[in-house]
Design a binder for this molecule. Structure first.
Ligand SMILES: [Cu+2]
Length: 150
């Protein structure tokens, strides 16, 4: 009885330890960090989203989907020859970054449930092939905001 209880509590402790370390990838997996996120204030019932995902891990990952309370229809777009095209994923290279910026890759929010104004925040959950999902708040900036021009 005592022995069994000990084994059980050891298993519970181990499970708790695993849960604690579950998000930080010391196992050589992708290590992702999001920066520079923003959404230009939407002028119609659609909006774009921009951010950079840095991967300091030795394993490549992919951004596979994006969800948000603002829209049930969030897609990933690339821009080629000034035309937007939906893609099923974006590559996040090992020891590299995925950059979503005006004129290039971006997130596309359709049929907005509300129209966020400058100064507000839009919550977005990023889903990856390997890494755990990351939730980020996109600050809403002026409609013509472009950090690259600063
Ligand atoms: Cu687009």
């Amino acid at each position: 009885m005592t022995r069994r209880t000990t084994a059980l509590s050891a298993a519970v402790a181990l499970a708790a330890a695993l849960a604690l370390t579950g998000c930080s990838s010391d196992d050589g997996g992708p290590r992702l960090k999001v920066s520079g996120a923003y959404m230009p204030q939407p002028v119609m019932d659609m909006a774009g989203g921009f951010l950079t995902i840095e991967n300091t891990g030795d394993t490549a990952d992919k951004l596979t989907s994006v969800t948000s309370p603002l829209s049930d229809d969030v897609t990933m777009h690339e821009t080629k020859d000034q035309k937007m095209r939906a893609v099923t994923s974006f590559d996040i290279p090992a020891n590299g970054e995925l950059k979503l910026a005006r004129g290039g890759n971006h997130l596309m929010f359709m049929e907005l449930k509300s129209k966020p104004k400058q100064g507000e925040k839009v919550s977005v959950e990023l889903h990856f092939e390997k890494a755990d999902p990351i939730t980020v708040d996109l600050p809403v900036e002026a409609a013509n905001h472009n950090p690259q021009q600063h």
